[in-house]
Design a binder for this molecule. Structure first.
Ligand code: ADP
Length: 141
């Protein structure tokens, strides 16, 4: 059914993977498909910020995100599902769209929003991915 599935997650927000990850895993098993799990470290290079950060700050932040993503994969993804961790930096929704195009992914699976923000049903990144990506998107409620 699918060949390449992209699951974008926020490492600091368990609700971004609690339901979406098992859903993506099930779809991968049924297809069968490869699972690409992406986490984006938001862009922090701004004038006034970059000058005061240590030189290797970006490398260390990305390395730590990579470590946490691999721990999550080891704990939550069955070994039989071929999985690729991806850590990137930039504007979250743009990186998700570009990564999906680059793979190329035939499906993006993502959670809709943080549950505590119940006054809207689609978070800003989920909404932009649905609106601007040419790929199929499954929004997991
Ligand atoms: P909210 O502001 O309620 O968290 P978002 O639209 O930012 O709403 O989050 C919805 C989904 O967007 C998340 O479940 C995840 O799939 C994706 N997302 C959010 N932040 C990141 C991130 N840093 N890296 C990768 N994906 C993210």
């Amino acid at each position: 059914m699918f060949k390449e599935i992209l699951l974008p997650i926020d490492l600091d927000e368990p609700s971004s993977w609690a339901k979406a990850l098992p859903t993506a895993v099930e779809l991968c098993r049924a297809s069968p498909a490869r699972l690409h799990i992406l986490t984006v470290v938001p862009e922090f290079r701004r004038p006034g910020v970059i000058e005061v950060l240590p030189n290797d700050y970006e490398r260390r932040v990305l390395a730590e995100a990579n470590r946490r993503l691999n721990v999550l994969i080891e704990e939550k993804v069955p070994p039989a599902v071929p999985t690729r961790p991806i850590v990137a930096t930039g504007t979250i929704y743009k990186v998700i769209i570009d990564t999906a195009d680059g793979i190329p992914a035939d499906l993006i699976v993502m959670a809709s929003h943080r549950p505590e923000l119940s006054d809207y049903l689609l978070g800003p990144n989920a909404a932009r991915v649905v609106r601007h990506s040419s790929r199929s998107v499954m929004v997991v409620r």
